[in-house]
Design a protein around this ligand. Structure first.
Ligand SMILES: C[S@@+](CC[C@H](N)C(=O)[O-])C[C@H]1O[C@@H](n2cnc3c(N)ncnc32)[C@H](O)[C@@H]1O
Length: 227
C-alpha cells in the first residue's frame, strides 16, 4: 500500500473543501460533469448508482436532472466534502456517506452502476478498492471510472485549457491549470492501470478508452465489468 494522497483528504479543512467546490462551479467544470452524466445515463434507466470520491456531489445533481428515477449514492473519504455534498444536494434524495472505498457498508451485489471521477489515482490501495467495487456491484453490471492519463500532447492541452478558461477571471485562469498539472503528475499511465486492474477481481474484464471531456485530451473512460 502506498501513500498516494487520500490521507490528506481525510484531514481536509473546511475552507479547502469550499475552495475546491468553488473552482468546480466554473462553467467548464460544470460542462465536464454534464458530459460525464450524459455518458452514465446511457448505462442505467433506473436502480442504484454510486459515485465514489463524490466530493461536492455535483455530478449527482446532473444525473438527477437527466434521470430523477435513479437512486443516488455518494461516498467520500473526506467528512468536509460530504458535509458540502449534503448542502449542495439538500433538495435531492441522495444517500451520502463518509468512508474509504476499500471497505464500505453497502450490501453485496447492490449497485447497478458505480462511477468515479478523478479519485482513483488518489487511492492508497487501488486493488482493494476495485475488489470492494466488485463486491458491491451487481453481476453483469459495470463500473465506469473517469481518470486522466499522461499520453497527451502538451501544447494541445495548454491551448485547450486556455480556450476553456478564456471567460474566467485571472485567479481561476492560474488556479485551474495548476490543479490539473498536479493531478496529471500523479495520474497513472495506461500500463500501470492495466496492471492494477489485472491484479483485482476484474482481471481481463475491462476496457480503457481515451476520450476528451470539454475537449481536454487527457481523459480515460475505464469500464470494468463484473462477470
Ligand atoms: C479530486 S477530488 C474529485 C471530486 C469529484 N469527483 C470531482 O470530479 O470534482 C477526489 C475526491 O476523492 C476522494 N477520495 C480520495 N480517496 C478516496 C477513497 N479511498 N475513498 C473514497 N473517496 C476518496 C477525496 O476525498 C476527494 O473528494
Amino acid at each position: 500500500m502506498s501513500n498516494r494522497g487520500e490521507s490528506s483528504f481525510v484531514k481536509l479543512p473546511k475552507f479547502a473543501a469550499k475552495q475546491y467546490d468553488k473552482m468546480m462551479q466554473l462553467e467548464p467544470m460544470r460542462e465536464q460533469r454534464v458530459q460525464i452524466a450524459e455518458i452514465l445515463i446511457l448505462q442505467i434507466n433506473e436502480g442504484t448508482l454510486l459515485d465514489i470520491g463524490t466530493g461536492h456531489g455535483r455530478l449527482l445533481i446532473e444525473i438527477n436532472k437527466l434521470n430523477p428515477k435513479i437512486e443516488l449514492y455518494g461516498l467520500d473519504i473526506s467528512q468536509k466534502m460530504i458535509d458540502l455534498a449534503k448542502a449542495n444536494l439538500k433538495n435531492i434524495n441522495a444517500n451520502l456517506q463518509t468512508g474509504n472505498i476499500t471497505s464500505t457498508n453497502y450490501g453485496n451485489d447492490y449497485f447497478d452502476l458505480v462511477t468515479c471521477t478523478g479519485s482513483f489515482y488518489l487511492w492508497d490501495a487501488p486493488v482493494e478498492g476495485l475488489n470492494e467495487i466488485h463486491r458491491i456491484l451487481k453481476t453483469k453490471k459495470t463500473a465506469i471510472l473517469f481518470e486522466s492519463h499522461k499520453e497527451y500532447n502538451e501544447s494541445n492541452l495548454k491551448e485547450q485549457i486556455k480556450r476553456n478558461l478564456a471567460r474566467e477571471g485571472f485567479i481561476n485562469r492560474k488556479l485551474v491549470p495548476r490543479f490539473l498539472k498536479k493531478q496529471l503528475k500523479m495520474t497513472y499511465d495506461i500500463k500501470e492501470l492495466e496492471e492494477i486492474i489485472n491484479s483485482s477481481l476484474f482481471k481481463n474484464h475491462y476496457s480503457i478508452q481515451k476520450i476528451t471531456l470539454v475537449n481536454l485530451p487527457i481523459w480515460l473512460k475505464i469500464e470494468i465489468k463484473k462477470e
